[in-house]
Design a protein around this ligand. Structure first.
Ligand SMILES: *[C@@H]1O[C@H](CO)[C@@H](O)[C@H](O)[C@H]1NC(C)=O
Ligand SMILES: *[C@@H]1O[C@H](CO)[C@@H](O)[C@H](O)[C@H]1NC(C)=O
Ligand SMILES: *[C@@H]1O[C@H](CO)[C@@H](O)[C@H](O)[C@H]1NC(C)=O
Ligand SMILES: *[C@@H]1O[C@H](CO)[C@@H](O)[C@H](O)[C@H]1NC(C)=O
Ligand SMILES: *[C@@H]1O[C@H](CO)[C@@H](O)[C@H](O)[C@H]1NC(C)=O
Ligand SMILES: *[C@@H]1O[C@H](CO)[C@@H](O)[C@H](O)[C@H]1NC(C)=O
Length: 368
């Protein structure tokens, strides 16, 4: 079917890119060379692939969720080795998978849902949103990995689930809905959930000049410091809001819980997922079709202005940069190696035409 929305969306996208080119051109003299160089970990062999999010197992292996060509969960074994082994774990009965988070040791929640391709791709399909538990187990003789996959619940009232963040030391996972601008609180032990937060800062921002103003809350993390951190794709802003130890709004009210603005980054068309560094609270944030990784350094009680840590708008290095997560050593502790995923430029081809297969890269952040 012809799609009357498309020319308008394309125009908005082009306008966003032009604005970005102008910003970069005029600030060239003050912009330092991108600081860190991404090293290859794994790349699909086909164009038309999009890795959406990732999580790290306690043994350091990576789990990848995908939006294109379908909603399959992949395992990347030994991601720091020269030739990591990559295997599909499970294909969900939806055409996309989104947020992934570890809610008990080696057990991950995966969001699966259909997203519309004929309309605004930011839009989900009501009635298709569901969350699953994937439990992994390694055996040594013979060396193999087994996965137990089980649906936790459907969320028929959520149109566009996207981010997921487990609340440490609890059975609770917070689930963001980008279209509603809300966060659901799910107890994975019972499958029961309620809408726990609906803050203006989580809402989509129509007319925001973002290339996708229909997507509000996007990336989410609960590092265990008493806050829910979240990015808003459309307003291109990073925020945090205080929560209780079991994932409720700290003020008791999910509609006016105080929100701290960390940074607004209008030099990229929209924001995607991020990680918070455990050692100091600094944030590494993906700039989506801006094709960059951003670094927001924690400075005492505040944050320094965001800088580009890797990638560039006219390069494939981080083309459609979707998510970033710190690696783990075999003891389960965080390392300084940040794993970053891409959608291969499908969100906005580089220089208007160039795409590549989706990939995972590693960025050594120990210098920052
Ligand atoms: C996903 O499924 C929805 C229907 O639920 C459909 O509108 C959409 O085009 C599908 N997307 C892809 C990539 O197949
Ligand atoms: C998603 O859409 C596909 C068609 O694109 C359909 O076959 C499938 O049943 C849908 N999934 C759900 C959970 O409704
Ligand atoms: C979007 O861009 C237009 C034109 O530059 C500007 O007038 C408007 O204020 C912008 N909207 C937002 C929300 O920034
Ligand atoms: C979770 O529990 C472990 C073990 O009791 C403890 O070391 C850790 O600090 C706890 N984390 C949080 C965020 O409460
Ligand atoms: C995009 O264009 C710039 C300027 O011509 C060029 O330096 C760069 O290599 C191009 N990028 C790709 C991925 O072809
Ligand atoms: C992907 O598309 C680009 C054009 O943007 C093309 O140059 C490249 O050969 C394609 N790669 C594969 C693996 O098909």
């Amino acid at each position: 079917m012809p799609n009357p929305d498309f020319p308008d969306r394309l125009q908005r996208l082009l306008a966003a890119f032009l604005a970005l080119f102008i910003t970069l051109a005029s600030s060239r003299t003050t912009t330092t060379q991108s600081l860190l160089s991404p090293q290859p970990v794994f790349q699909f062999t086909r164009n038309g692939t999009w890795i959406e999010n990732l999580a790290v197992r306690p043994n350091g292996d990576l789990l990848l969720t995908t939006v294109l060509p379908d909603g399959t969960l992949f395992l990347v074994q030994n991601p720091s080795s020269p030739q990591p082994r990559v295997l599909p774990i499970f294909t969900f009965p939806t055409n996309a998978t989104h947020g992934i988070t570890e809610f008990s040791p080696d057990t991950f929640l995966v969001i699966a849902s259909n997203i519309s391709q004929s309309d605004n791709p930011a839009n989900g399909v009501l009635g298709t949103n569901q969350v699953w538990a994937v439990s992994l187990h390694d055996t040594s003789n013979p060396p193999a990995v087994t996965a137990r996959v089980k649906k936790i619940t459907d969320l028929p009232d959520a149109p566009r689930l996207n981010g997921a963040a487990a609340v440490p030391n609890s059975s609770v996972v917070l689930l963001g809905d980008s279209q509603l601008g809300a966060v659901f609180r799910l107890d994975t032990a019972t499958g029961k959930y309620t809408k726990a937060f609906q803050l203006p800062e989580m809402a989509p921002v129509p007319g925001s000049n973002s290339s996708d103003d229909a997507l509000g809350i996007n990336g989410m993390k609960v590092p265990g410091d008493g806050f829910l951190y979240f990015s808003n794709a459309a307003s291109r802003t990073m925020y945090r809001t205080a929560i209780t130890g079991d994932g409720f709004p700290a003020s008791g009210s999910g509609s006016n819980n105080p929100v701290e603005k960390i940074a607004q980054i209008t030099s990229v068309p929209w924001l995607d997922d991020f990680d918070v560094r455990a050692s100091d609270g600094s944030i590494f944030l993906t700039g989506s079709t801006g094709n960059v990784l951003l670094f927001i350094q924690r400075t005492g009680s505040g944050y320094a202005a965001p800088v580009v840590a890797a990638g560039a708008l006219d390069q494939l290095a981080l083309a459609t940069c979707t998510a970033a997560v710190f690696g783990r050593s075999s003891g389960g502790r965080s390392t300084a190696m940040l794993f970053v995923t891409t959608g291969g430029g499908l969100g906005g081809p580089v220089n208007g035409t160039v795409i590549e297969p989706a990939k995972v890269v590693a960025v050594d952040t120990s210098g920052l």
